[in-house]
Design a protein. Structure first.
Length: 317
């Protein structure tokens, strides 16, 4: 085990160690609060931290095991996310053929990642699923709500499968093109995305006064958004060179754009849940809700981060 860990990029090991340290600190704080304030219920906090332990353990194991494990993990994430989306979206019995096609798109999408056929991956869902979905709807013969339902299924595929697939595709980056290996690229994306969510929440709680989009997400404020944006931009600017090959203009653009993308993903999913009338997409993760609740920001940050890397630093793409 010691030799295996020694073969991993030092930045990745230190990064994972830092995350574990934060979880230990969070667990201690939750325990102290539970004992010192017995009148308050900290069950949800304990559930959240326990769920983070499980999620970090699974993610760390996949990243350290290599790209096949990481691709498999995110294929599973896409499956659960799509299942949550389709369980919430209004579907009919006549949509069974389209639902089957949507689920079959997951193994096909991730198979092209495993085969490292980037050119096909780029167009599989945006172009060919875009063509096949309306054709299958026409074959079913249901024209009522045809356009809106075609858009619903294609949006679900784009968000839950295609966009999340970019996280997995980062693992196909040659190790020589990044200082912390391909796993480091994934790790840094996930850390930056989650840090942005937490920073916006914390700044909003501390300083939040002015609502930013009250009809969609009443708890979000301009102070939280700006504070989270600046905090995450600083994290990306200073820690980015340790995990990514980005520098100079490319790193600066990533630092400025990625926090905004995370906010956009969060707000977009909030609008969908508000339209459907639910608080969480499911109860799959205790204390957090569903997979979609946890990866809503990632559905926007993953493709943008990937393409910024491809444009500024990674020659392969």
């Amino acid at each position: 085990m010691a030799r295996f860990l020694a073969e991993q990029p030092p930045a990745l090991i230190w990064g994972l160690t830092g995350v574990v340290g934060l979880l230990v600190l969070g667990s201690v704080v939750a325990g102290v609060l539970t004992v010192s304030r017995p009148s308050k219920d900290y069950k949800e906090l304990r559930q959240r931290i326990a769920s983070w332990w499980v999620m970090i353990a699974i993610l760390a194991a996949a990243l350290l095991a290599g790209w096949p494990a990481t691709v498999t993990l995110f294929a599973a994430v896409s499956f659960v996310a799509l299942r949550e989306f389709l369980s919430l979206a209004p579907t009919r019995r006549e949509d069974r053929l389209i639902i089957l096609a949507a689920y079959l798109a997951i193994p096909v999408n991730y198979a092209f990642i495993a085969l490292d056929v980037y050119g096909i991956y780029l167009v599989l869902i945006p172009v060919y699923a875009f063509l096949i979905t309306p054709w299958l709807m026409a074959v079913v013969g249901q024209t009522q709500g045809y356009l809106s339902r075609v858009a619903l299924f294609h949006w679900g595929l784009m968000t839950c499968v295609y966009n999340i697939g970019y996280v997995a595709y980062l693992t196909r980056t040659p190790a020589i093109e990044t200082p912390a290996g391909a796993a480091g690229l994934v790790f840094f994306l996930l850390v930056a995305t989650e840090f942005n969510d937490v920073a916006q929440y914390v700044w909003g709680k501390l300083l939040g006064r002015h609502k930013i989009i009250p009809r969609v997400s009443p708890n979000k404020t301009w102070e939280g958004f700006i504070g989270g944006w600046l905090s995450t931009a600083a994290l990306i600017w200073f820690a980015g060179p340790l995990f990514t090959p980005l520098s100079g203009v490319g790193l600066a653009i990533t630092a400025l754009v990625l926090p905004v993308a995370g906010f956009a993903g969060d707000v977009t999913m909030s609008a969908i849940k508000r339209d459907i009338g639910v608080k969480d997409t499911s109860k799959f993760i205790p204390g957090h809700g569903g997979i979609l609740d946890r990866i809503d920001s990632l559905t926007f940050t993953a493709p943008i981060y990937f393409h910024l890397l491809a444009w500024f630093a990674v020659e392969k793409f």
